[in-house]
Ligand binder design. Structure first.
Ligand code: NAD
Length: 475
């Protein structure tokens, strides 16, 4: 496979190309355009031109494009899943789930474009404001610049592209270096669905080089970034007056209360899935579990047994549940963090060793809160399960983090559930669910170092539009 840039509604040959390898087999997947600054500028120019057309589309027309794209993607589900599986090294069963979610993200975008309502304002609530009718509307802003990560190369790109189109904007995407092919497929599908040429451009290549062009170009009105906090902070420092959404990392925590005594096996099952889905390379992966001492022994036994049964293998194999990490650097980093935790007294309850280009699904217990594997983002198949004496101690540990994305609480105590939900420092709190949970229409984003702004189709549209107020004096 050799893929160029996606510009003006079609694939275009690029000046340079780079090779993309399968992280598990190390075999060549294909060649992708290695975008240059001038190719990025051309994409922005075309998107700016296309905006003249996009901003005139009716909601009905935009909904039609997005809904047709959802149907085409559903028909090409298997092809999309195999692309994701190979470039992101994602077990193919999980890749199919990502495609199915992307179909929904497109559908939600089509539905939300019809609900971009404003409100009626009572200006006569202010002294001297009488005799006016006033209302608000959401206006499109122009070209959105999207910079995306490797881990959900189709759905997280669609979380920016769908709302941008719904809002009447155009969008230029810089996908992660490891995963250019999924976003190219999305652009092809949207074009087939009738999107105006130029309204979407895909420019793969180096993040720093192409990101700088996006940041400097006045025609880009908003940067929507999903990725690591380190890069997010760099972008925010350079973004000037551009709008900005930052969806960053986390080390998501969870508490299991003793009131769940009767459901230990079920909660353990969900926890293992939450910790090891897509090798733990999920921004809201369950990383820190705090369990009440009364049920701790049962819980770790259940988790250890279920973890030991997980099948490691080639991402394209139907039976594979865990595969190689995205690169050897991640594998080595995590391996070092496990060694550090062990040296500090942590106990290994499952895994702990390298396997292929990945790591065995690993459970650590009795981990110090200052250990790297606890206070940094693991972004791999390692979970900590620590014993606590009370929900208060759990709460303190959960909030002892620079991050705040998703958090989970398993409890049958209603007052405790509500109290903890209010006091946990996170963008989303899931009661009786693991933190590794996202539905594509819910508001989603972080506090602290986990980010800035919200996605989830309706909320992303709000952040990709400007609120305009119109007042009409009639008396
Ligand atoms: P990354 O930050 O390394 O890369 C993300 C994107 O930024 C890539 O396209 C990359 O090319 C680009 N980039 C890198 N340096 C840049 C620079 N100096 N200027 C502009 N762009 C630059 O992240 P990753 O390894 O691809 O993804 C993993 C991270 O993403 C984790 O921290 C994870 O938690 C986070 N993530 C967050 C969410 C969320 O919704 N909160 C979702 C998925 C992933």
């Amino acid at each position: 496979m050799k893929k160029g840039l996606f510009l003006s509604g079609e694939e275009k040959a690029a000046a340079n190309y780079y090779s993309v390898f399968n992280p598990h087999t190390e075999g060549l997947i294909g060649e992708a355009a290695d975008g240059t600054p001038s190719e990025m500028s051309e994409a922005i120019e075309k998107a700016d031109e296309a905006y003249k057309k996009m901003k005139t589309l009716t909601s009905n027309e935009k909904a039609g494009i997005l809904s047709r794209a959802a149907t085409i993607l559903r028909d090409r589900k298997e092809e999309a899943a195999r692309i994701i599986s190979q470039e992101a090294c994602k077990p193919v069963t999980a890749a199919r789930t990502e495609v199915q979610r992307t179909v929904q993200t497109l559908q939600f975008s089509g539905e939300e474009t019809k609900r971009m309502n404003g409100e009626y304002l009572q200006l006569d609530a202010a002294e001297g404001g009488e005799g006016r009718d006033a209302y608000t509307l959401h206006e499109s802003i122009g070209v959105v610049g999207a910079i995306t990560p490797f881990n959900f190369p189709l759905n997280l790109v669609t979380h920016k592209v769908g709302p941008a189109i719904a809002a009447g904007n155009t969008i230029v995407v810089k996908p992660a270096e490891q995963t250019p092919f999924s976003s190219l497929l999305l652009a092809e599908i949207l074009s087939e669905a009738g999107l105006h040429p130029g309204a979407i451009a895909i420019v793969p290549g180096d993040g720093k080089t192409l990101g700088e062009v996006m940041l400097k170009d006045e025609r880009i009105k908003k940067i929507s970034f999903t990725g690591s906090p380190e890069v997010g902070k760099l972008l925010k420092a350079e973004a000037g007056l551009k709008k900005m959404t930052l969806e960053l990392g986390s080390n998501s925590p969870m508490y299991v209360d003793q009131s769940c005594r009767g459901e230990v096996s079920e909660v353990a099952e969900k926890s293992v899935k939450g910790a090891f889905a897509y090798n733990g390379q999920v921004c809201l992966s369950t990383q820190r579990i705090y369990v009440h001492e009364e049920i701790f022994d049962d819980f770790i036994q259940e988790c250890s047994e279920k973890t030991a049964r997980l099948q490691f293998g080639d991402p394209l194999e139907e039976s594979t549940e865990v595969s190689s990490l995205i690169n050897k650097k991640s594998q080595q980093r995590l391996y070092e963090w496990i060694k550090e935790a062990k040296a500090e007294g942590a106990e290994v309850l499952a895994g702990g060793e390298k396997v292929g280009n990945g790591l065995e699904p690993t459970i650590l217990s009795n981990v110090s809160s200052t250990s790297s594997i606890s206070c940094k983002e693991a972004f791999g198949p390692v979970v900590i399960i620590n014993k606590v004496k009370s929900s208060e101690e759990a709460l303190e540990q959960m909030n002892n983090s620079r991050f705040g994305l998703n958090a989970g609480v398993f409890t049958n105590d209603l007052k405790q559930a509500v109290d903890m939900a209010h006091r946990i420092e996170a963008g989303q709190v899931l009661i009786n669910d693991v933190p590794t949970l996202r539905f594509d229409h819910m508001p989603y984003g972080g506090v602290k170092d986990s980010g800035y702004g919200r996605e989830g189709v309706k909320y992303a549209i709000e952040e990709m539009t400007e609120l305009k107020m119109i007042s009409i004096k009639y008396r």
